[in-house]
Every structure is written in structure tokens, then in C-alpha cells.
Design a protein around this ligand. Structure first.
Ligand code: SF4
Length: 397
């Protein structure tokens, strides 16, 4: 049976100093050579990023892993759903390791398969004759991705969410090159998992009023809505959120502007609707990184995303003023569980041929999750994620 819980590390790993851990990690990495790649998510702490062969967002990293030839091991310094995606996209023989099994994602954990099946049954019963297309954000379990694949839907990222929603609403199967024809592709109702904020922000940027959206609370009958509300909604938004991005509030935008007149506010679309409405720029982590990289010296930013990424941007661009949108502890605590001791332990396990912390998606789940991912990749167009991108950079004297 697969190991589910993180076992306590052998004591030695908790006693080593950081310099000792660094030496042992570097040595294990050298021993494993080209058989290994280490992936570091943007939100990961610097001490771990130091050893990453690639850094990026979750999907970008999984694709990097899939592109590598001759590797046997992927050590994913991210969270559980990211390691699952890497396992789905890499060849069968590649072993994907998550250094701490406790590194989950609070958002992904907010939607499970039983709740989803129950929701689907209620929607089908309440809305006979309406086609419903399930769309899941990348930040979801492999089981949810597989459900979506099996029911004619697709995965999306925070970069391409708008394109995927447009595809789902506009019957674009003819040009999508799908392996399997989604029976509901002409649907006018979207079930969006698990981040209500990304769904709402994107649908609103597409021109849909908030009245066409309902929130589905999986603990309540009809998700806590009336029959008419369910029937009339275009977007059924799962009641999920990111515990990090939900910390940013509209008053933080006002405070940043009062403190630094002329500052530009840039936020991730996992932030609340009210925050996104007030922001100057909205986009994925990749978008945020690009905006800062392209901005001229003297630019001033208040950024609403995970603090490790913001701190790294600040170090990389000392000629710009870069601050966190609020002084809340905007830290992905589960990702933070992956530290030098866990990385060292995971690599030395591989060197010594010991098992542990392998993330394996079963073949049936893998099959349908792959369908959902391939649908996303087949959808044409990129464009602005929120319809709110503006000219890059703002110089403030
Ligand atoms: S930042 Fe939020 S969505 Fe991303 S891994 Fe952490 S909890 Fe999940």
C-alpha cells in the first residue's frame, strides 16, 4: 500500500546544520547526475530553490519534467497536486518524489471526488436539457482532473483560464483536435473547480455579471442555492479558495496607494473579486514575473501573491521598489514544509535505493486526467488572462 502520511525524518536530518545539509544535498545530486531533476515552484523558499534545476509555476514545471530525456527521478519541491501532474505527464518509468507528503494544497483539498459526484448528480437533476461543462483549475487533485476529463471538460491554468472558459461556452470542438468528443461541448453552464475567485474574476472579465454566477457549497443541498438560482446560473463556482491569496483585502490596495502615491498594484487572480477590481494588473505568477522583469528602474509595485516569490523579485530587481500588498503572513505554509532536511532525506533515499514519498497516479485516473490536460493544450489562443493587462511598468519619481 502506498505511503500516505509523512513519517518523521530520521533524527540525523534534524540535527545537521544548514551548511552540512547543503553539502550532502549537493553530493547526492551529483551522484544521481542526469537521472535526476529537481523542480522548485515559485513559492518555494530560497534555500530549496538554490538546488532546483528549473523554477516556475506548477504546469510549467511538469512540462519541463516531461521534456527531459533520460531522467529517472523528478524531485518536486512543490505540493501534492503538482507532483501528481508531473507523474501524469512524464513517462511511466519516471519516479516523482515529493520530499514531504504533508505538502498539500488547501485549495486542492477543498474539492474531493465524492462531493463532485454528488454535485454533478444534483446539477443534472436540476437542469435537465442543459449541457454542463466541468472545468478544473490545475490546482486540483488528479481525481478531479480525471472526473473533468471523463465528463467532457478541461483543465485550466491561471494564465489560460479565459481561453478555456471561452472554449467551453462557444462549442469549439471542431478545431480542438480532441481525442474524445466532449458530449457537452456546446454547454451554456460551467461547473468550475476548486477556486471560486479565479472562476469569478475570469468570468467577470469576460463580461458576465455576478448574477450569472452562484457559489456551490458541497456541504449543502443544491450547494446552498435555490432551484431557480442553480437553473439560471451560467457559472457554478465551487466554494474553494487559496488560503494565501484570500488574505489580501481591498483596504490593502487603498493603504498601499496612500503610502506610496503612484504605486502600481498587481495581484494574482486567486485574490478576491474586490481586490482584483481595485488592482492595476492581474495575472498568473508567470505574468507577474514578466511584468517586473520588463519594468524600467524606479518602478513601484505592491504585489498580491505569495511572499517568497515577492522577496525573490525584490532581490533580483533592486532598482525597483517591490513590496507585498499587505503585511499579512502571505506564506504558503504547506509548500514551506519542504526544507533542506526533507530535500536531503529524499535525495539520499534515492542514492541508497530506498523507496519513499513516490507520488503515483493510478492508470485509470491518469488516462482521464490526461484527456483533460490534452484538451487544455489543444485550445487555441493565449491572450490576456483577465482582460485587464495594461502596458508594462510604471515609473514613479
Ligand atoms: S499558494 Fe494557495 S493554491 Fe498555491 S499551493 Fe499554496 S495553498 Fe495551494
Amino acid at each position: 500500500m502506498a505511503q500516505v502520511w509523512q513519517q518523521p525524518l530520521p533524527e540525523i536530518y534534524t540535527q545537521l546544520t544548514d551548511p552540512e545539509l547543503r553539502l550532502r544535498i549537493a553530493s547526492a545530486k551529483e551522484t544521481l547526475g542526469e537521472k535526476l531533476i529537481i523542480l522548485g515552484h515559485h513559492y518555494q523558499q530560497d534555500a530549496v530553490i538554490e538546488f532546483a534545476d528549473f523554477t516556475g509555476d506548477s504546469f510549467e514545471l511538469s512540462r519541463k519534467a516531461a521534456d527531459q530525456k533520460g531522467i529517472e527521478y523528478v524531485v518536486f519541491c512543490g505540493v501534492h497536486f503538482m507532483a501528481e501532474s508531473a507523474d501524469i505527464l512524464t513517462p511511466e518509468h519516471v519516479r516523482v518524489i515529493l520530499p514531504d507528503l504533508g505538502a498539500g494544497c488547501s485549495m486542492a483539498d477543498m474539492a474531493n471526488l465524492d462531493q463532485t459526484l454528488d454535485c454533478w448528480a444534483q446539477l443534472e437533476e436540476t437542469c435537465p436539457g442543459q449541457a454542463i461543462v466541468p472545468i478544473t483549475y490545475m490546482n486540483s487533485s488528479a481525481a478531479i482532473k480525471a472526473f473533468v476529463g471523463e465528463h467532457g471538460g478541461a483543465v485550466c491554468t491561471s494564465s489560460n483560464c479565459r481561453n478555456v472558459l471561452e472554449w467551453a461556452l462557444q462549442k469549439r470542438t471542431e478545431d480542438s483536435g480532441l481525442r474524445t468528443e466532449p458530449k457537452n461541448a456546446g454547454g451554456k453552464k460551467i461547473l468550475f473547480f476548486p477556486d471560486q475567485h479565479l472562476g469569478r474574476n475570469t468570468a467577470h472579465a469576460m463580461g458576465y455579471p455576478l448574477e450569472k454566477m452562484i457559489v456551490w457549497d458541497p456541504r449543502l443541498d443544491l450547494g446552498g442555492n435555490s432551484f431557480e438560482q442553480v437553473r439560471d446560473a451560467t457559472f457554478v463556482l465551487w466554494k474553494g479558495h487559496c488560503s494565501v491569496h484570500q488574505l489580501f483585502r481591498p483596504e490593502h490596495v487603498d493603504e498601499a496607494r496612500a503610502k506610496y502615491p503612484g504605486i502600481k498594484v498587481m495581484v494574482h487572480p486567486e485574490c478576491r473579486f474586490e481586490v482584483v477590481q481595485k488592482a492595476d494588473y492581474v495575472g498568473s505568477t508567470a505574468y507577474i514575473v514578466k511584468q517586473v522583469e520588463a519594468a524600467p528602474p524606479g518602478s513601484q509595485w505592491a504585489i498580491g501573491t505569495e511572499v517568497h516569490l515577492i522577496n525573490r523579485l525584490r532581490q533580483q530587481h533592486p532598482d525597483q521598489h517591490i513590496s507585498v500588498l499587505s503585511d499579512c503572513q502571505c506564506l504558503c505554509t504547506t509548500m514551506y514544509r519542504i526544507d533542506l532536511p526533507h530535500l536531503c532525506w529524499a535525495l539520499e533515499n534515492l542514492v541508497e535505493g530506498r523507496g519513499g514519498n513516490e507520488i503515483k497516479v493510478d492508470s485509470q485516473t491518469r488516462k482521464w486526467a490526461t484527456v483533460a490536460l490534452e484538451r487544455m493544450l489543444a485550445i487555441k489562443g493565449t491572450g490576456s488572462p483577465m482582460g485587464k493587462s495594461q502596458p508594462v511598468g510604471t515609473t514613479v519619481d
